[in-house]
Design a protein. Structure first.
Length: 876
């Protein structure tokens, strides 16, 4: 099944999901069908493959010239899934499956009558490029999850986990071998997949699901051993069967991945510029079903840094997890509800939350992250459909070192903490029904008074239920959870006034700030269901988060205190017609209220997607937001009415099979009288200069004019609070650049850079009067006079109130980059050479253009870090 991991945009990824599928086959049956009934016939036909046992191991070189392949059964009869569903493919494909006591072997013959047009392109692991073929194996036999292994014509490996319902985890990296070779009339693939990398029962004879697929890039064509219709609501339940595997070694081995690294930081003020680190990751097979992962002093260095972001909102910025220990097997622990997560693994080992105050004559050394003393993880699924996931982690008490001349002292910045996650799911009815639950807890040993603002404990418990019927065409998802956070009065007061809650809002009668509370409780959930396949689709959902719910000790909560209803209607056609290869049109409407019964938002959206037969694609989007009452803009102040906005986006992408791909388009948001206006222009290109060298880059230019931008809170003459806003004029340029050169699939040199510049200037400062008024004149007090002296404003409004505040203008510049040489010298074992560089400037000077600020980035002082990292995988 063809899926591309791309940095273009979410819209591109969504469009690729429409063209996704998978693998299957035994007998050499051929089809020449085109009607819907023919598609149903091909999809419903059961295909079974019987694997052949061999006594000698196969040498993996991609040539398929060993005698063992002659003893196996070669199966063809592949059928086209796209673009011409249920018709014969343009090129034939054959598959052979062998096994010995310890390994599964897959051989693929991808015939091509124009071998010079085979697209053989090297790329990063797990990034699909060029012609590719692969296999997915449902070794759990649960008809929901699977392990996939793919090899491109250039020999690049891709592996992932199928999580069910068109969800994949590319972060899962197994230890296996795969090679490909381009020959005169075909290209061929050999794979060796150790049984230790799969999860299966201890039955004498295994019956697994199997899916085999091939992608021909120049035609954007996918053929499959057993057809999975392109509009099928899920995939794994439609796999073919793999039989004949008997008496294999189900004993789980112990795997070890020790690492050693050294880091040199020439720019640091500390005497010790070189750090050495050692650690160990490992796996222990508790049974053929369950695995224990452990880590001791884990290496949590990220090869690629988080993207630069300057947020002017009250919402926490969400960053993806990039640490291997927490990525693998995370699907078992997943309990997500839109933007919210009950388990957000980046909370473990986070940056210390407390920063000591310093005098003018002091300097400080502050840890970048909290050290993880140890972490354990148990994941797996048994033959009865029971899934289990457990994470237990202990993080260290961290201290900052404060220097005063030749003297130094230490101050605690993060307490000793323990984190626990337990997740269980039970499948019924061939995976059509799933019942699950989750528990998370955080415990902190707080023995320093200055850390009393942190909760001492946090508990979250949730349940979930999913049911599918009529071949998974219809579905119902139910989720509900409860949270309790406990701590000192200071900690709970801090939590009540946090951006997710804002209990102190003066106009929120349903909220009551209580400074004497020592705990905070709440609940939330989701009801979602509908029809998700066929030409006509409809999905409805209802979400809620009570005012007191909180997940942010070990999860991620975007906002509490809302109820939200959503309805989506979609018309989708996957059959080529005229100049169109496929297209869809989607209409949705959303309503949101808070727990006080106040409507805070209404939204209507229209999405359209077209892919043409020349393989260009266009995505269009139109949205109208109205009845907007922002309860977060004034940072705990009253709600603020915002004028209705319109939003539209046009996005195009050229033929992905060409060496040069271009994509991009405009994104506009505006309101009446341009009180809010935001223009974003995106341009992306990927140039495959040769089969070994490529460059890709995305640049975004943004212009923002916001009449209602929050500036600060004011203390008025009667000791009451006031809220100051201004008109923000902001311009931002951001680029993501990647250069990649591959000597072989195992040896590569990669450069990444993310220059980012943003300039914001404020004017027309006003104090809020009646924030909920739809009349702009009543919403704000008028300003009588304002003066700027040495970056401090003195302002008087028509009510005679005078106040002083710092100039909020900003010029933010950052350039993050790294150069990585990577050599996977044996499966699972890698040597890295890394050079990281970071340039950063934040100032009030906004007297030059954003383009000048962007250019000046490259002249800023750079902080450099050089690192060598070595890890070695072995098993016992």
């Amino acid at each position: 099944m063809f899926r591309q991991k791309s940095q273009i945009t979410l819209l591109t990824i969504l469009s690729f999901l429409l063209s996704s599928s998978f693998i299957q086959g035994q007998s050499n049956v051929t089809y020449n069908l085109s009607t819907d009934s023919a598609v149903n016939l091909a999809a419903s036909q059961k295909r079974i493959y019987y694997a052949s046992f061999i006594t000698e191991k196969v040498r993996i070189d991609g040539l398929l010239n060993e005698n063992q392949w002659e003893s196996g059964k070669w199966s063809g009869g592949f059928i086209q899934q796209q673009p011409k569903q249920a018709q014969n493919p343009s090129q034939e494909t054959e598959v052979c499956v062998l096994y010995d006591q310890d390994n599964l072997y897959i051989g693929l013959k991808c015939y091509d009558n124009e071998p010079e047009k085979i697209r053989s392109v090297l790329s990063r692991r797990d990034e699909i490029s060029g012609d590719i073929a692969g296999v997915a194996i449902d070794s759990y036999a649960d008809k929901r999850t699977a392990f996939e292994f793919d090899v491109s014509a250039a020999g690049q490996k891709v592996d992932m986990m199928h999580l069910g319902d068109y969800e994949w985890d590319y972060n899962w990296d197994a230890v296996w071998d795969g090679k490909a070779t381009v020959q005169d009339s075909m290209w061929t693939v050999e794979m060796k997949i150790p049984f230790s990398q799969l999860r299966f029962s201890d039955e004498e004879e295994q019956v697994w699901g199997i899916h085999i697929w091939r992608w021909i890039d120049r035609h954007m064509e996918e053929s499959q051993w057993k057809l999975i219709p392109i509009d099928a609501p899920a995939m794994v339940y439609l796999f073919g069967e793999l039989r004949g595997i008997k008496g294999i070694n189900s004993k789980r081995k112990m795997e070890f991945l020790p690492y050693a690294s050294t880091k040199y930081s020439p720019n640091t003020d500390l005497k010790n510029k070189t750090n050495y680190d050692f650690g160990l990751d490992g796996k222990i097979g508790l049974s053929s079903d369950f695995t224990l992962d452990y880590t001791i002093n884990p290496d949590f260095g990220q090869v690629e840094a988080d993207p630069s972001v300057l947020s002017l909102t009250s919402y926490e910025v969400f960053y993806d997890e990039k640490r291997p220990f927490f990525l693998e097997g995370n699907n078992v622990l997943d309990y997500s509800l839109g933007r919210d997560l009950l388990f957000y693994s980046r909370r473990i080992g986070r940056a210390p939350v407390y920063t000591p105050s310093l005098n003018d004559n002091q300097t400080m050394s502050l840890p970048d992250n909290t050290a993880i003393i140890n972490a354990l993880k148990v994941t797996g699924k048994n033959k009865n459909g029971l899934s289990l996931g457990v994470v237990q982690s202990l993080t260290a008490k961290e201290k900052a070192t404060i220097y005063t001349g030749n003297e130094k002292e230490q101050q605690t910045v993060e307490p000793l903490s323990n984190y626990f996650v337990g997740r269980v799911k039970q499948d019924f009815n061939e995976g059509n029904t799933v019942l699950g639950g989750i528990v998370t807890s955080s415990l902190r040993a707080i023995d320093d008074d200055h850390l009393n603002f942190l909760p001492k404990s946090a508990f979250v418990g949730g349940i979930d239920f999913q049911h599918n019927w009529e071949k998974r065409k219809y579905f119902l998802d139910l989720k509900g959870f409860y949270s309790r956070i406990a701590g000192s009065e200071e900690a709970i007061a801090e939590l009540q006034t946090a951006p997710q809650h804002y209990y102190q809002r003066p106009d929120a009668d349903h909220l009551k700030f209580d400074p004497n509370r020592t705990d905070l409780t709440g609940h939330g959930g989701q009801i979602r269901g509908g029809k998700r396949s066929g030409k006509f689709r409809a999905i409805g959902s209802f979400n809620w988060r009570s005012p007191g719910v909180d997940l942010n000790d070990l999860g991620y909560l975007y906002q509490a205190d809302y109820l939200e209803g959503d309805l989506e209607l979609k018309y989708q056609v996957n059959k080529p017609k005229g100049i169109f290869r496929d297209y869809y049109l989607e209409l949705s409407q959303k309503h949101q209220w808070n727990y006080g019964g106040e409507q805070t938002k209404e939204e209507i959206e229209l999405h359209g997607f077209l892919r043409f037969t020349n393989l260009w694609r266009v995505h269009a989007f139109l949205e109208h937001d109205y009845n907007l009452y922002d309860t977060r803009e004034l940072r705990g102040g009253p709600k603020l009415f915002k004028d209705p906005t319109w939003e539209t986006r046009l996005f195009f992408q050229s033929n992905n099979a060409k060496d040069l791909l271009i994509a991009g388009g405009p994104h506009w948001i505006w309101s009446k009288d341009d009180l809010y206006k935001r223009n974003i222009y995106t341009f992306y290109f990927r140039w495959q200069i040769s089969d070994r060298f490529n460059v890709n880059s995305q640049t975004d230019f943004e212009q923002l004019n916001d009449y209602h931008q929050y500036v600060r809170q004011l203390r008025l003459s009667d000791d009451s609070k006031g809220y100051l806003v201004g008109e923000l004029n902001r311009k931002t340029i951001s680029t993501t650049l990647r250069l990649e050169y591959f000597i072989s699939p195992e040896i590569s040199l990669q450069y990444y850079a993310n220059p980012y510049a943003s300039i914001g200037a404020y004017e027309k400062f006003r104090r809020v009067n009646d924030g909920s008024s739809t009349d702009l004149g009543k919403r704000y007090w008028q300003t009588s006079s304002i003066e700027l002296d040495e970056q401090v404003y003195t302002m008087t409004d028509h009510q005679g109130e005078t106040y002083r505040f710092s100039n909020p203008d900003f010029n933010y510049q950052e350039l993050r980059s790294n150069l990585v040489a990577r050599w996977e010298f044996r499966p699972g074992s890698t040597l890295y050479l890394v050079w990281n560089s970071n340039r950063l400037l934040y100032e009030r000077n906004t007297n030059h253009s954003v383009s000048q600020s962007y250019s000046d980035l490259f002249g800023l002082k750079s902080e450099h870090v050089f690192m060598i990292k070595f890890n070695y995988w072995f098993s016992l």
